[in-house]
Design a protein around this ligand. Structure first.
Ligand SMILES: [Zn+2]
Length: 188
């Protein structure tokens, strides 16, 4: 058996398979590889503009760190018998599924009804960055324990609320049940 197929590499190989399938499916859903501005940047501080969700990371990456925090709390509890590499794999697979859902026409159009008027889906580079951010959140949650994970989650919520007038809870709320008053505040 080739060394790369050794049992200890299975979680990495499984993750690689998920990432390849995700990229392939995102491409099939019509997503572009990277920002239309033609540059490949690690970070853009723009929270609501043409570069948002197009480069590797932006303020919304912190929402994906939060996904990692929450998903590890759940997976670490519900799948506590699983070895850590497989727990990480599961978290990232769920996140990859979310990226696919988030980049369907239906969800993109729903986002456009919120304050994200010009939103037209993530670039594939940004989706990979989002999955990476989620992985960082997952590793962090495992290190710091559930109490600090909850604290960190709230700190990110508040910081995002104060800096870009958006956060994970509002994001989900506006996706499920858009409120005009929130939309006006976010645009204002
Ligand atoms: Zn750009």
């Amino acid at each position: 058996m080739p060394k790369v197929l050794h049992r200890k590499n299975w979680p990495s190989l499984a993750l690689l398979a998920v990432l390849i399938l995700t990229v392939w499916q995102l491409r099939a859903q019509g997503r572009i590889w990277f920002c239309e501005c033609g540059q490949i940047r690690f970070w853009t501080s723009e929270a609501d503009g043409p570069h948002t969700s197009q480069h590797l990371a932006d303020p919304y990456s912190f929402s994906h760190v939060q996904h990692g925090l929450l998903l590890f709390l759940f997976v670490g509890w519900a799948f506590r018998r699983w070895k850590w590499p497989w727990q990480l794999w599961l978290v990232l697979t769920v996140e990859a599924g979310w990226e696919l859902l988030e980049n369907t026409r239906w969800v993109i159009d729903r986002y456009r009804m919120t304050a994200a008027l010009g939103y037209n889906g993530d670039s594939i580079l940004n989706s990979m960055g989002d999955i990476l951010s989620c992985g960082a959140g997952c590793c962090l949650a495992r290190r710091i324990g559930w109490r600090w994970t909850c604290v960190l989650f709230l700190v990110i919520e508040l910081t995002m609320l104060l800096t870009i007038r958006d956060c994970l809870l509002l994001n989900v709320l506006m996706l499920v049940h858009p409120l005009e008053v929130v939309k006006q505040w976010q645009l204002g």
